[in-house]
Design a protein around this ligand. Structure first.
Ligand code: HEC
Ligand code: HEC
Ligand code: HEC
Length: 335
């Protein structure tokens, strides 16, 4: 019994030593004190979305689900650059100073408190699975980012690290390290639900393109983002040439011809003509090239958009099978 008691006091003493004295009041109490006496001077932690011109700083009522924790901690201890190139309130004198800086231990307690407290029931698990996100999807997302004017108001960095784009709203070149996928997916669904006057630029987008754009933003700033390589997955390991022949007949022969001679009925009106597979060493074409060409269509690899995309039509196994078939069958004129 005595030994247990002594042990207890030793542990207690250690805890005292390890926790900075300012926090000893208890984590939540400390966090509440800072948040409601200091952060609240500028940020709102409750209420309905309002015009930026009625706010001093971004709203934080959903801050518990918006950020990736390492980013939040870096932000709170002053290790991140400002997000708004012209200040959050560009209509006022430019806020050039640094954001309020906390000590590491304080930041941890505040981040804990935020993650526990400031939830948003609208934010659900994202329908987008980043573990199957491919490099081509990110490339297509980058095009959509431009096509849908995002660059008009948000900055990215070019290959030389120079900022590009209109500095109206938050910088996005590091977005992949900042946002939680769940929050960003829900935000994209209707930005006005969070920040009025941010525009509904994605209202007419297809689910597939939305996936490309959302995923692309989640790669921004992420070093060595691990792209998925579908051609290394199971369907390709068990791909079957015979099954592939059937797929070819159903989906490809109409243009490329039953024997790959480019003489299907669809070939007549097309320019450029459907490639004569029988002349090509498709056996030597890189598998990722064939995958992207067939899954995303000709234009994704700089070819004619009359070469259709089959990603939404063919199940992955059929795609793997037809690729196995064309690589097995068309070897150019080597033999
Ligand atoms: C003097 C006003 C002020 C105070 C006090 C303040 N902030 Fe901020 N905060 C801002 C401004 C302005 C921005 C946007 C800065 C920018 O341009 O990058 C910001 C940005 C943030 C962001 C990123 C918001 C986003 O999603 O873009 C977080 C998180 C944040 N503050 C947390 C806090 C916390 C926690 C506290 C209290 C410990 C705090 N702030 C105190 C003014 C303030
Ligand atoms: C006309 C300017 C404009 C365009 C175009 C625009 N945005 Fe925004 N965006 C805003 C504004 C304004 C906000 C709200 C935040 C703020 O007050 O600046 C915002 C917010 C965001 C946020 C959340 C920022 C945060 O940290 O809270 C993301 C992410 C975002 N936009 C991405 C995009 C993408 C992707 C596109 C293209 C589909 C796009 N935006 C197009 C102005 C724009
Ligand atoms: C509607 C007609 C059409 C159909 C159907 C079609 N293709 Fe094509 N395909 C084309 C055209 C046109 C080109 C030539 C593109 C170019 O040269 O810009 C082409 C080119 C190709 C190429 C050569 C790409 C290169 O780099 O030279 C391959 C491989 C290919 N298609 C495979 C397929 C497969 C596999 C299918 C069936 C799943 C298929 N195509 C179905 C029209 C079609």
């Amino acid at each position: 019994m005595r030994r247990i008691l002594v042990g207890f006091f030793v542990v207690l003493a250690l805890v005292f030593l390890l926790i900075p004295s300012g926090l000893w009041a208890g984590g939540d109490g400390f966090a509440e004190k800072i948040i409601y006496t200091q952060c609240k001077n500028c940020h709102r932690f409750e209420g309905k979305p309002k015009s930026r011109f009625d706010l001093k700083a971004p709203d934080l009522m959903w801050s518990g689900v918006k950020y990736q924790r390492p980013w939040l901690l870096r932000w709170l201890i002053g290790q991140e650059d400002n997000l708004y190139p012209n200040g959050y309130r560009w209509d006022k004198l430019r806020f050039s100073g640094k954001h309020m800086i906390l000590m590491k231990e304080e930041a941890v307690v505040i981040a804990d408190y935020m993650e526990k407290t400031f939830h948003d029931p609208r934010v659900k698990k994202s329908s987008i699975d980043l573990s199957t996100f491919t490099e081509m999807e990110a490339r297509l997302g980058a095009l959509i980012f431009r096509e849908y004017s995002c660059l008009g108001c948000h900055q990215l960095k070019d290959d030389n690290g120079k900022k590009r784009g209109g500095p109206v709203s938050v910088d996005l070149f590091d977005a992949g390290n900042r946002y939680s996928l769940d929050w960003w997916t829900r935000f994209a669904e209707n930005p006005q639900d969070f920040t009025p006057h941010s525009g509904e630029y994605l209202a007419d987008i297809s689910p597939r393109k939305l996936r490309h754009l959302i995923g692309y933003v989640m790669t921004l700033g992420v070093k060595d983002f691990k792209f998925y390589e579908p051609w290394k997955a199971e369907p390709f390991k068990i791909a079957d040439v015979k099954r592939g022949a059937k797929v070819y007949k159903e989906y490809c022969a109409q243009c490329h011809g039953l024997k790959g001679k480019g003489d299907g009925p669809g070939a007549k009106g097309l320019n450029p003509k459907p490639t004569v597979h029988a002349d090509l060493p498709l056996s030597d074409f890189p598998i990722n090239y064939l995958y992207n060409l067939i899954y995303f269509g000709g234009k994704s690899v700089g070819k004619s958009s009359n070469m259709p995309d089959w990603g939404l039509t063919l199940p992955m196994q059929s795609l793997a099978d037809v690729i196995a078939y064309v690589r097995f069958t068309f070897k150019g004129h080597k033999e």
